[in-house]
Design a binder for this molecule. Structure first.
Ligand SMILES: Cc1cc2nc3c(=O)[nH]c(=O)nc-3n(C[C@H](O)[C@H](O)[C@H](O)COP(=O)(O)OP(=O)(O)OC[C@H]3O[C@@H](n4cnc5c(N)ncnc54)[C@H](O)[C@@H]3O)c2cc1C
Length: 299
């Protein structure tokens, strides 16, 4: 739906907070800006969630500079932000739902655990990946707890009879969720592993899943080292073409340690990326080159 008043960002006011499962906090947002939000319609839509700066009640407003993109152009002490999926959006009710994984530490997780009605965040920069080709006869949907909100929405929005298999890794039995769907969905819940607590079993679970005959589509959101391994499996071992999968790193375990090391290799990784683009390659090919370089240095 087009809406000329959509500025590309919105203020989201906390309406209610609920502990959905032991490791998932559901925050329902409302406020007058909800009427202006124009979702992409993709079920894995994600927004950058900005938090108030020290001493402020809400993050500052964004501006649109000469190129018309709404952002914090030229603001040195930009508010902190993290990526979160839009679990549900109901225009009529003026409500937007985000499910936050309740993990140890972390600005966003801590904010969610302490969230109270009336608090205000700013949401901007909507992006999405899920794009199943018409011809795909089945889907494999894989997620850890960070990908679970999007996976739930994908399952809920499946058309009648759509065939899907979901492999999901959660921390404990009561973190398992149930979804209403018109699709024909089977589930493989992996309980007690991954999610920053221990080694993930998702890569192994994907390898162990006998892929159905016919064209399929794979969507996977989870920890970056696991998604990389699974992306390689489909791309290099099974020779899947680009449009048959979206495998996205949603977060990184021990991010601080990774970032420290990344700083030393950032310029060569970016150079590898730009070299592909400059020689006429696609962003997808450039991403692969970038990833290969990082993997080569143990990142
Ligand atoms: C497109 C996209 C959509 C996403 N959607 C969601 C969503 O709907 N719900 C959701 O909960 N997350 C989602 N994420 C993941 C979320 O952005 C990250 O987990 C983010 O790092 C959390 O921020 P934080 O401030 O809590 O922790 P940070 O300050 O980023 O990290 C602090 C520490 O916690 C660790 N850490 C970060 N996330 C986790 C985690 N989930 N489990 C265990 N340890 C962690 C880091 O390695 C670091 O050591 C999404 C990410 C992307 C890219």
């Amino acid at each position: 739906m087009s809406n000329s008043s959509w500025r590309g960002y919105l203020y989201a006011e906390v309406v209610s907070v609920q502990r959905l499962t032991p490791h998932m906090v559901r925050v329902v947002f409302g406020g007058p800006d909800m009427a202006n939000y124009v979702p992409s319609g993709a079920p894995d839509e994600c927004m950058a969630v900005f938090f108030p700066r020290e001493g402020e009640e809400r993050p500052p407003a964004m501006t649109a500079d000469a190129d018309g993109v709404w952002w914090y152009h030229g603001i040195a002490d930009q508010p902190e932000s993290r990526n979160y999926s839009v679990r549900r959006f109901d225009r009529d009710a003026g409500r937007l739902v985000i499910d936050f994984v309740a993990h140890e530490g972390g600005l966003a997780a801590t904010w969610a655990l302490e969230a109270r009605p009336g608090q205000v965040l700013l949401l901007a920069g909507a992006r999405s990946w899920y794009d199943k080709p018409e011809a795909a006869e089945w889907q494999l949907l894989v997620a850890d707890m960070t990908g679970l909100p999007s996976l739930g929405r994908i399952v809920e929005e499946l058309p009648a009879g759509a065939r899907a298999h979901a492999i999901v890794e959660v921390l404990e039995p009561s973190d398992v969720q149930q979804f209403e769907t018109r699709g024909d969905v089977t589930y493989d819940w992996r309980v007690g592993t991954g999610n920053g607590d221990s080694e993930s079993v998702l890569a192994e679970a994907v390898r162990g899943y006998p892929l159905p005959d016919g064209d399929g589509y794979v969507w996977f959101a989870g920890e970056a080292s696991v998604t990389r391994a699974v992306r390689k499996y489909f791309r290099k071992e099974l020779d899947y073409s680009q449009e048959r999968f979206e495998i996205i790193g949603y977060w990184r375990a021990q991010a601080e340690r990774w970032l420290e090391k990344y700083k030393k290799h950032e310029s060569s990784a970016l150079a590898a990326y730009n070299e592909v683009i400059d020689s006429g390659g696609s962003e997808f090919e450039a991403d692969e080159q970038y990833d290969e370089l990082l993997e080569g240095v143990g990142l």
